[in-house]
Design a protein around this ligand. Structure first.
Ligand code: CUA
Length: 328
């Protein structure tokens, strides 16, 4: 019994420690009705299985203790009808009832996270997984961006997920379940945040060397702030700065789009890169020093990614940095 208590205590401590691991990506801190259904299901399953494990463990311990105490006094009494009933009830009937009840409960949760129809949503966003970043497109607003998805609070948004290469998985734990991005197949999920905030998302399917560094952020904003963001993203980029010339000369445009300047599609769209929170799909902060380090040696920061180190002089680098940072 003491061992059981110790194991239970340890499990409790682990839970507490793990729940403190993450502030911004926590499956147990839901911020949408779909995510709440998933969290409730998780707790029901967790508490249900904990009770089952405790009861079974208790019965095993009791049986062992009882048998030890009696062995020297009692010869085997053979199989009694009472013993058979205990086995039938606790070994077949009770598990059947418990598992059926849990299964029915799971079935009632499924519709809450089911694939949305176009009419279920007020807005659609296309997200394409690529090794290793997320290309984001708002068809109605004519916006292209990357690794950061802005949505209005309280508005059901349908994410249509595709992949350009291998299987990825789109997952924002606080907003809904994960959906796989499978070559040749479109999947969709509904995001409807119930309060403003920044929700971290992560690729949830191993997709190569930098799978772990394939993150993104969903920024849920009040309507007015969201509209301001849309208006800013719709503005064309400045293509006259000195840095814009360097961008073209050095060859950045072969892989990246800056609206009006280049239309590469291998790397993330940079039209408004200066306004984003992170670089390289959540790998590094979007700050001048990090951006400079990234341009000079991207393979050091994110080995295996498709960006080569381009030969830029000191002054070219400064012009590039000022330019990219100005693209808000
Ligand atoms: Cu993309 Cu893992």
């Amino acid at each position: 019994m003491r061992r059981v208590a110790v194991a239970g205590g340890l499990a409790g401590v682990c839970m507490l420690v793990l729940s403190g691991c993450s502030d911004d990506q926590n499956t147990l801190a839901p911020h949408s009705s779909a995510a709440r259904s998933i969290t409730t299901l998780w707790w029901v399953m967790f508490i249900g299985s904990t009770i089952v494990v405790m009861v079974v463990t208790l019965l095993v311990v009791l049986a062992v203790l009882k048998r030890r105490g009696r062995l020297d006094r009692v010869e085997s009494r053979g199989e009694s009808p009472g013993a058979r009933n205990v086995v039938l009830i606790s070994g077949a009937l009770v598990p059947a009832v418990v598992l059926t009840a849990l299964f029915i409960y799971v079935l009632t949760t499924v519709p809450a996270t089911a694939e949305p129809k176009p009419k279920d949503a007020k807005m659609e966003i296309d997200v394409t997984g690529k090794q290793w970043f997320w290309a984001v497109r708002y068809p109605a607003q004519r916006i292209k961006t990357a690794n950061e998805i802005h949505i209005p609070v309280g508005v059901p948004v349908r994410i249509r997920a595709h992949t350009d290469d291998v299987i990825h998985s789109f997952w924002v734990p606080e907003l809904n379940r994960k959906i796989d991005m499978i070559p040749g197949y479109d999947n969709s999920v509904l995001l409807e945040a119930d309060r403003a905030g920044v929700y971290r998302g992560q690729c949830a399917e191993f997709c190569g060397l930098q799978h772990a560094n394939m993150a993104f952020y969903v920024v849920a904003q009040p309507r007015a702030a969201f509209n301001r963001w849309v208006a800013r993203e719709q503005r064309p980029a400045d293509t006259t700065a000195a840095g814009a010339k360097v961008f073209t000369q050095v060859g950045c445009g072969g892989c990246h789009t800056i609206s009006g300047l280049s239309n590469g599609t291998i790397g993330p769209d940079l039209t408004h890169v200066g306004g984003r929170m992170t670089l390289a799909a959540g790998t590094i902060p979007n700050a001048k020093g990090w951006l400079g380090g990234w341009i000079l040696d991207p393979q050091h920061i994110k080995p295996g990614n498709k960006m080569p180190a381009l030969p830029v002089s000191g002054s070219q680098l400064q012009q590039l940095l000022s330019y990219l940072e100005s693209l808000k």
